[in-house]
Design a protein around this ligand. Sequence first.
Ligand SMILES: [Zn+2]
Length: 71
Amino acid sequence: MMLTAKEINTYNKLADNGFVQKITCPFDESDTIITKIDSKDDPFFHCLWCNSSFTPSKNIEILIKKHIYNN
Ligand SMILES: [Zn+2]
């Protein structure tokens, strides 16, 4: 995993303040997702609505790094 929980949290703070788009559930973009940590300390997302878990895609990784390091 190339993303850290810290990077995701930084991105989520930007999203909470409306600076970037929130990361959404791949099944329904109106679902609320939360960030969790697995047993290897790798972050993943969990959707509270459809109860699915998913790891950040390469696109999400690129998006997050772009916003937190270029701003
Ligand atoms: Zn969902």
